[in-house]
Design a binder for this molecule. Sequence first.
Ligand code: ADP
Length: 218
Amino acid sequence: MKKNLFIAFEGIDGSGKSTQVKLLRDRLKKEGHKVYATFEPTDSPIGSIIKNIFKHRIEADHRTIAALFAADRLDHLLNKTNGILKKFEEGYTVITDRYYFSSYAYHSVHMSMDWVIEANSLSADLLRPDLNIYIDISPEISMKRLNNGRSSTELYETTENLYSVRKKYLEAFEKLKEKEKVSIIDGDQNAELISANIWKEFVKITKRQDIYARKRTT
Ligand code: ADP
């Protein structure tokens, strides 16, 4: 019996998450898997508010943003039309570009990480990723990539902030190492090499799931 997986991609802005989500999705599809690729903030009405805050069209306090993300994530999971839980139950392997570790890292720059973890505990209880893939890159390189061909910067996109966020990511991984499976991947390489390393991590998890499934059925 083979179990479908839930994979979350994490990393600072410009680390290459969306590029890698597409590459993993395409490879899995080619191999005949049912795959659903998704992202946060979502395209829901709550996600739209967040995106407008990022673009500086709406002003909001960091605590408000943290709470909006927690709500957007619950809708991402529970939405009856295209929620992750529905897709997961339908047998899709779900790959998301950002999940709760993004909240732990980005919001805890401004407030207590414990509060952020608690605020997202409903999501964690509903669905924990089989694997969190953190694409590690220096803020200087990511800022260079982000500034390439873009004239405006969104909220969070400064080298100084991305340094803090990266530090918080590593702190969150350490804090939750008993509960969460995290693979840290070097993001300062060409996209194909990164993708090959991610694939190796994916295969490891699949093998572990197979053993788990066999144990459950015997
Ligand atoms: P994220 O989703 O983490 O913000 P993206 O995948 O959108 O990152 O990548 C940010 C920018 O960097 C894009 O312009 C993308 O084409 C480029 N990029 C992605 N991966 C690499 C890589 N391994 N090397 C160089 N540039 C990359």
